[in-house]
Ligand binder design. Structure first.
Ligand code: CIR
Length: 253
C-alpha cells in the first residue's frame, strides 16, 4: 500500500522540455489542469500528496519520478541521464529527508532515471537505457542490496524508460507492450498485453488496487478492468507531448 506521493507543479518552461514526440508543444494551462486532476486522482486513492513548487530552470521537473527511487526501506536520489535534468534532485532532497533518515545518492559516472526502475515487491528491475548506464545500475544494485533488496538489469531498445513500456499492477500482473512482451525475465508474470496502437497506455500506475491510466485507450482499459481492477482515466495529453506518462508525474511511497 502507498500512503503518500510527491508531485511537482509543471513549470511554464515545460514548453522547452525534452521530447522525441512530434505532438507539438505542450499547453501550460492545460497541463496545469491535467496535473490538478492527477493530484485529485492520487488523493482519491488514499494518498497524501506533497506538492512541490514549479522549477522554471528545469523544464522537465514535473516528471519527479525520475529523480529518486523510494521504497519502504530506502530513498535513493538518482543522477538523471539528461544533462538538463542533472540537478533536479537537489530541489527534492530536503523533502525526501523529511520522510527518510538517510537519502543515498547515485554518483558520477553513474546515471539513472528512476523511470527506468520497476519495483516488484523486494526486487527492482533496472532498465539500461540512454538515461541509465551500467555504472548507475551497479550503484543502485549495491545500495538496494544493503537494504536487503535485489535488482537485475533489463536492456531497452525502443523506449525512453523501462516504465514507458511496462507497469507492475501487483498480484503478479504485468501490463506490457512492444519489446517487453517477449523478454525472458518477464515470462513468469501474467502479462496483460497492451496493443501496439495503444502503447502509451502501458505507462499506467497501480495505487492501492486502483489503476490510473491515460484516457483514450479503450482496449487496454477493457483488459485492465477484466483483470479485476478499478480504473481511473486521466487526460495526460500535455505530458505525452514531452514523452512523459502518468507514472513519471509522481513518487509514490
Ligand atoms: C524527459 O525526456 O526526461 C522528459 N521529457 C520525460 C520524462 C518522462 N519520465 C519517465 O518516463 N519516467
Amino acid at each position: 500500500m502507498f500512503t503518500k506521493a510527491i508531485v511537482r507543479t509543471p513549470a511554464r518552461s515545460m514548453i522547452d522540455g525534452i521530447t522525441s514526440a512530434s505532438l507539438g508543444k505542450p499547453n501550460h494551462s492545460l497541463a496545469l489542469e491535467q496535473h490538478a486532476q492527477y493530484i485529485i486522482a492520487l488523493e482519491s486513492c488514499g494518498l497524501d500528496v506533497i506538492i512541490l513548487p514549479a522549477l522554471e530552470d528545469f523544464p522537465d521537473s514535473c516528471f519527479v519520478e525520475d529523480v529518486a527511487l523510494l521504497s519502504d526501506d530506502c530513498a535513493i536520489l538518482t543522477r538523471p541521464g539528461a544533462y538538463s535534468r542533472r540537478d533536479e534532485g537537489k530541489h527534492i532532497l530536503a523533502t525526501l529527508e523529511e520522510f527518510y533518515p538517510e537519502v543515498e545518492k547515485i554518483s558520477s559516472p553513474g546515471t539513472v532515471d528512476a523511470g527506468d526502475i520497476m519495483m516488484v515487491n523486494d526486487h527492482f528491475y533496472i532498465g539500461l537505457s540512454e538515461r541509465t548506464n551500467q555504472f548507475g545500475a551497479r550503484q543502485m544494485q549495491s545500495i538496494l542490496g544493503k537494504h536487503g533488496l535485489t535488482a537485475s538489469t533489463v536492456n531497452l531498445k525502443n523506449v525512453l524508460h523501462l516504465k514507458t513500456g511496462v507497469a507492475y499492477l501487483e498480484n503478479n500482473n504485468l501490463l506490457a507492450c512492444g519489446e517487453f512482451l517477449q523478454k525472458p525475465e518477464f515470462q513468469d508474470f501474467n502479462i496483460i498485453e497492451v496493443p501496439e496502437s495503444e502503447s502509451y497506455a502501458a505507462n499506467s500506475i497501480w495505487i492501492n488496487d486502483t489503476v490510473i491510466m491515460p484516457a483514450g485507450f479503450p482496449e487496454t482499459r477493457k483488459l485492465i478492468v477484466g483483470a479485476g481492477y478499478e480504473v481511473l482515466e486521466l487526460d495526460a495529453s500535455e505530458f505525452q507531448k514531452l514523452d512523459g506518462g502518468l507514472s513519471c508525474l509522481s513518487l509514490r511511497f
